[in-house]
Design a binder for this molecule. Structure first.
Ligand code: GAL
Length: 440
């Protein structure tokens, strides 16, 4: 929604409220006695008799993920002790198991009361355009949130003049995580170019350390690595052009990215297809692997595991670039416990909720008024980067492309990480853009 739209919308709301007030205050024109009016509770003060259940669907089961979710639940329980929370999680990083389960439920007319969904194409193309969601503009209005969310975020959650979800955080996809103790021991510094990465990888290998930890039991983790390599192999403009058809998938930048990625995979743990992202991170924690490239939920994983030697850097070529994604919670149409869900969303979008959630989730607030002192050093840096870096959307986490296209790219990655065939991967990617209806 543009600023103008927001203004128009607010003015419209004010006019509507004014009209209602005038009607209520005007002289009575009908002599017929009115039935007694039952006093109603103002909408911003929920009655304390909220009961029943609240089912929240997500894929947050690992240490930091579960801890963040639990903190939100605690706030809810304190406010609505009589509501039973059903924590409907389906394990699997990036929702690779949860999303199909959610789709089955939504199509089967069995929505949860609220569910985790990525901001951007995943929300809009999958759920909003096809009419599966209820708008949440009224919550933004009652809570006065417009002023606390950056305009860019408000624009992304808007469609046809309404807001459609409540963002709880901002995650960065492009982080290179390493074990500072191990790096100190060998006198290593994190690589900022691909050449440096490969040179360091050789040194690690010579010490018997697997250079790159990868856990792509869900292929999204390889797509994630690929998006980070793409962002590091071309300018942000070129990267953005990939999702609009402006940048040629058959061009030299994509070829370079695939070559970089193929070389990286050669340095990865051979059992990568059997591990999850957090198991890959364990290899780094244990000093068995040198680096992993993963989103900043690793910060939360390290926190939950009590790992104190976490080091981080910008992966090759991505200094000054913030590959962004956001977790949000939406209100499905016909949510079985809609009132309970609305109160949940109010907590998700509140300053209190985001300050309780994000420091343990490894993400920064989607709101701009959180207290930085509540966050660890990595996240304080991420907050500054979010203000100053060039933001580009994540592919693997629903921001850059519709899910149907992401699925096609996941298929290309499945073959690529096994055969490392650059030409065939590039042809597959170019075809996926055509199949997605973006390229000619
Ligand atoms: C992302 C999600 C993060 C984190 C990660 C690993 O898609 O946005 O919050 O949970 O998956 O599961």
């Amino acid at each position: 929604m543009s600023t103008n739209n927001i203004k128009t919308f607010s003015i419209f709301s004010i006019l509507l409220i004014a009209a209602l007030l005038f009607t209520a205050c005007g002289p009575a024109t009908t002599p017929t006695p009115e039935p007694p009016v039952t006093p109603t509770t103002p909408p911003d003060e929920p009655p304390d008799d909220f009961t029943g259940t609240l089912e929240v669907f997500s894929w947050w089961t690992t240490g930091g993920e579960a801890a963040g979710l639990e903190n939100l639940f605690e706030l809810y329980k304190n406010k609505f002790p009589q509501v039973e929370i059903i924590n409907a999680t389906v394990a699997g990083g990036a929702g690779f198991e949860a999303k199909p389960a959610l789709t089955a439920r939504m199509l089967g007319g069995d929505p949860p009361d609220s569910f985790q969904v990525h901001m951007g194409q995943e929300l809009t193309e999958t759920w909003v355009v096809d009419g599966f969601m209820d708008p949440v503009t009224f919550i933004f209005e009652s809570e006065g949130w417009d002023q606390y969310y950056p305009q860019g975020v408000l624009d992304i959650i808007s469609y046809e003049g309404e807001y459609w979800t409540v963002p709880v955080n901002i995650h960065r996809a492009n982080v290179l995580w390493f074990n500072q103790e191990v790096f100190d021991q060998y006198g290593w510094t994190p690589p900022s170019t691909f050449d440096e990465f490969f040179a360091l990888a050789e040194e690690m290998q010579a010490e018997g350390i697997t250079p790159l930890a990868l856990g792509d039991v869900g292929i999204w983790a390889s797509t994630h690595l690929f998006e980070v390599v793409l962002a590091g192999s071309m300018s942000p403009d070129k990267y953005n052009g990939l999702w609009t058809g402006k940048t040629d998938w058959n061009g030299p930048e994509v070829k370079q990215a695939l070559e970089n990625m193929a070389r990286m995979i050669e340095y990865a743990n051979p059992d990568h297809a059997a591990l999850s992202w957090d198991q890959a991170n364990d290899l780094v924690i244990q000093g068995r692997a040198g680096m992993t490239i993963m989103g900043d939920w690793v910060d939360a994983d390290n926190l939950a595991k009590g790992f104190e030697h976490s080091g981080w850097a910008h992966p090759p070529g991505t200094d000054g670039i913030f590959v962004a994604l956001s977790d949000t919670f939406g209100l499905p149409l016909n949510a079985p416990h809609r009132d309970n869900a609305i109160e949940w969303l109010k907590i998700v979008g509140s300053k209190e909720g985001q300050e309780a959630f994000n420091p343990v989730k490894g993400s920064i607030c989607a709101r701009s008024d959180c207290n930085p002192n509540l966050f660890g050093s990595y996240l304080q840096g991420a907050m500054q980067d979010w203000e100053s870096h060039t933001i580009v959307p994540s592919l693997a986490h629903g921001a850059a492309a519709p899910e149907s296209w992401v699925a096609l790219i996941n298929d290309v990655m499945t073959s690529f990480v096994t055969n490392l065939n650059v030409a065939s991967a590039q042809a597959g990617l170019a075809q996926s853009c055509i199949d997605a209806g973006i390229c000619q």
